[in-house]
Design a protein around this ligand. Structure first.
Ligand code: ADP
Ligand code: MG
Length: 224
């Protein structure tokens, strides 16, 4: 069983004045199939926490173990492979590549070998269908609505079957109705695939449906 173990994560940023303490000894554990919502005001360290969990940033101290591996003990090549295989990331802004179609965007994480295998293409099409975009696979991001772009980003985050799916205010740029649908979709896909989900959100509806809720306040992570 896959597990995420986070122990005393601390993040400081150097500034010209004293170091900024953005995360203070955050600890928690998450098991396969569990969802965690992280709430908190702007500037409370939510994105910093997610970036560390996604191995996009290194903690100042503390440990994180995912699937029995400490990603921060890996060298750069191993870490890139770990991130590619184990973690999916959804940002507030979809971060799709404008010159690629929806399907091509979904396949980007599989391109380490230089080309998409037929199995990857099939899985990409299957994921686009699961996020309700089977008829949009050849569309470019500019030809999609905000909610549709975020669906493509979700399919892309799932293409490698990550153990841990991280979403940083995934509905922050969407209207209320699209936002609710995207929240539902994240929970549905998680129930089907059994990955861990950590979602930063201002939506109390979405947070209420997650298995657990944490609040970040001034860098301190508290269970609600
Ligand atoms: P949130 O996502 O909750 O709005 P962030 O994690 O983005 O908060 O930021 C938390 C705090 O850390 C903010 O005060 C922000 O200014 C600061 N911060 C974030 N990234 C950096 C950085 N690279 N260098 C210095 N300070 C940063
Ligand atoms: Mg943020």
């Amino acid at each position: 069983m896959s597990k995420l173990i986070v122990v005393n994560l601390v993040k400081h940023y150097a500034t010209r004045a004293e170091p900024l303490e953005v995360l203070r000894e955050a600890s928690f554990q998450l098991s396969a199939g569990e969802s965690l919502a992280v709430l908190g005001p702007s500037g409370s360290g939510k994105s910093t926490l997610l970036h560390i969990l996604g191995t996009l940033e290194v903690p100042t101290s503390g440990r994180m173990i995912l699937d029995s591996q400490d990603p921060f003990a890996l060298d750069a090549t191993e870490l890139a492979a770990f991130r590619n295989r184990k973690v999916g990331f959804i940002f507030q802004d979809h971060h799709l590549l404008p010159q690629l179609s929806a399907l091509e965007n979904v396949l980007v994480p599989t391109l380490a070998a230089g080309y998409a295998t037929p199995q990857a293409v099939e899985r990409g099409q299957d994921l686009l269908e699961r996020v309700g975009l089977a008829a949009r696979s050849e569309h470019f991001p500019a030809e999609l609505s905000g909610g549709e772009r975020q669906r493509v980003a979700i399919a892309r985050a799932l293409i490698q079957r990550p153990r841990l799916l991280l979403a940083d205010e995934p509905t922050g740029n969407l209207d209320r109705s699209s936002s609710e649908k995207i929240g539902q979709l994240l929970l549905e896909l998680q129930a089907q695939d059994g990955h861990m989900l950590v979602v930063v959100t201002h939506s109390h509806d979405l947070a209420a449906q997650a298995d657990r809720r944490f609040e970040l306040d001034g860098g301190v992570l508290k269970s609600e």
